[in-house]
Design a binder for this molecule. Structure first.
Ligand code: HEM
Length: 483
């Protein structure tokens, strides 16, 4: 009754809830997209709900995406929301633990490090890693069998990302101490830490120990390299960061190189392992598409399938479309948040949100709307075939230079799995290279299908910062007989 009687016409409608602090936490937490769509129908594109005692104002559709993601720095802020969670994982002076101007410089370092030469070398390294993995992994013994896709892919992507982006020393350490450290550090992203990241709980102590040890290990790699004890024969990001300088002329200190590398490891690992898992789970419901992908490779590189190169990837449109379509339905980041810095009128409404309020955007909603993507719930990579409206960067759209790159605002696009604006992803190219290369290697090696040929697909686990398929997700594989 209170919620109905004391409605402020300038405040967005408040989603109904029974209990003050719990609010809508459970319904949102179980399935954020269902929650967004239901409330969009009830209240429109702008509404407020209560998450763990805090008011969140959601702004949906392309206008909402644009309002939040392209918000001005004086109006909206990311670091105050994210740093309590990410600070203790990445460490000091990097990403959200520093002024935004410094993050922009750090993004520039990374973006400029992902050169064509680097990406070219990564295709070779990732292919080698996948080939080695499917030979030695216990799930792939013999001629056919089954594997738990999310579990096995989490393992594989950590090897592929570390071998390419992180460099040889880190890759070697993943065979020993790094895997445990990574696991402990990752606990820093557990759901309870949205409220209790500072608390002296056992998993937070393990996280802090893991971070300190990892920073020491990365710093030692930098020292060994600087001392000339390691030959510079790769394009990994550590070498690149060692050569970078901030605008004021200072080098990137060791602990910051470590922090940036940890951030890249975490950002890349969760998003890529979830996406490649969804790709394989979806393909297993359409085994004929796996054959179509193989046919595409044969047509482009030849029947005998020589090693794939970076140039080949751009000539495999269906492989790219499989990634693209999977990110449409399974974007790993379901909610993007910002803190309001001064009272703001929400674009296109009379609503005003006060200072301190959290704004929430979810570009995954427009990606699943029938008005933009007919039969939106159907996973169909061919919907992106040439000639279809693929919502690529709109040529008329305003372009902005953030120091790390000039990006289109994406104002009208309903497809923004990598975000937009100053916080937009800089890992997109690397993610595509990694995902397409793993996909191509799997298609060459295996036929895939769901157990018993079913069309079922597992549900989504939304419990963490990044969503992923619920484990187990078992799929049948059959090795292609070598001619
Ligand atoms: C930012 C998605 C892979 C590094 C973002 C954002 C999204 C996103 C939506 C914007 C977050 C916000 O506005 O708050 C994805 C997806 C990926 C992916 C879907 C893969 C499928 C990667 C990889 C890396 C990476 C591989 C590193 C190599 C970053 C960084 C930011 C970012 C550094 C900037 C954060 C900021 O400026 O606040 N990503 N990402 N991402 N991502 Fe990715």
């Amino acid at each position: 009754l209170k919620q109905l009687l004391f409605k402020n016409p300038n405040e967005p409608p408040l989603v109904f809830h029974w209990f003050p602090v719990i609010g809508n936490t459970v319904t949102y937490g179980m399935d954020p997209f269902k929650f967004f769509f239901q409330n969009k129908q009830k209240y429109g594109d702008v509404f407020t709900f209560v998450l763990l005692g805090k008011k969140m104002t959601v702004c949906l559709d392309t206008r909402g995406n644009n309002f939040i993601l392209n918000g001005k720095i004086k109006d909206v802020n990311a670091e105050e929301i994210y740093n309590p969670l990410t600070g203790p994982v990445f460490g000091k002076d990097v990403v959200y633990d520093c002024p935004n101007s410094k993050l922009m410089e750090q993004k520039k370092f990374v973006k400029f490090g992902l050169t064509q030469d680097a990406l070219r070398s990564y295709v070779t390294l990732i292919t080698a890693e996948v080939e080695d993995f499917v030979k030695r992994h216990k799930s792939f013994k013999g001629q056919k069998g089954t594997f738990d896709v999310p579990k096995v892919m989490a393992e594989l992507t950590i090897y592929t990302a570390s071998r390419s982006l992180q460099g040889e020393e880190v890759r070697k350490m993943f065979d020993s101490q790094f895997a445990d450290l990574y696991h402990d550090l990752d606990m820093g992203f557990s759901p309870i830490n949205f409220s209790f990241s500072w608390a002296p709980l056992p998993h937070n102590r393990a996280r802090d120990n893991a971070r300190e040890t990892m920073i020491k290990l990365y710093s030692e790699i930098v020292r060994q390299r600087r001392a000339g004890n390691v030959k510079k024969d790769s394009h990994d990001m550590i070498w690149h960061l060692m050569d970078c300088k901030y605008k004021d002329g200072t080098q990137v200190p060791e602990h910051e190189i470590a922090g940036i590398m940890i951030a890249l490891l975490m950002a890349g690992q969760h998003s890529s392992s979830s996406t490649i898992s969804w790709i394989l789970l979806r393909l297993a419901t359409k085994p004929e598409l796996v054959e179509e992908l193989l046919a595409e490779q044969k047509q482009v590189v030849g029947e005998d399938l020589p090693a794939l190169t970076h140039d080949d990837l751009s000539r495999l449109p269906l492989h790219a479309q499989v990634v693209k379509e999977t990110l449409r339905l399974h974007a790993p980041i379901h909610s993007i948040m910002r803190k309001v810095k001064q009272p703001l009128v929400i674009e296109g409404t009379n609503y005003v949100v006060p200072t301190g309020r959290t704004l929430m955007s979810s570009p995954g909603v427009t990606a699943q709307m029938d008005s933009y993507f007919p039969n939106s719930s159907v996973w169909d990579p061919h919907r992106w075939d040439e000639g279809a409206n693929n919502y690529e960067d709109d040529e008329d759209d305003e372009k902005i230079d953030y120091g790390w790159g000039t990006v289109s605002k994406g104002t009208k696009s309903p497809y923004l799995p990598f975000g937009a604006g100053r916080h937009r992803c800089i890992g997109e190219q690397f993610a595509y290279v990694q995902l397409q290369t793993i996909l191509a290697a799997f298609v060459r090696e295996f036929k895939l299908r769901n157990v018993g040929g079913s069309q079922e697909i597992v549900g989504t686990d939304y419990a963490s910062l990044f969503s992923r398929p619920l484990a187990p997700g078992i799929v049948e594989w059959e090795r292609r007989s070598k001619a």
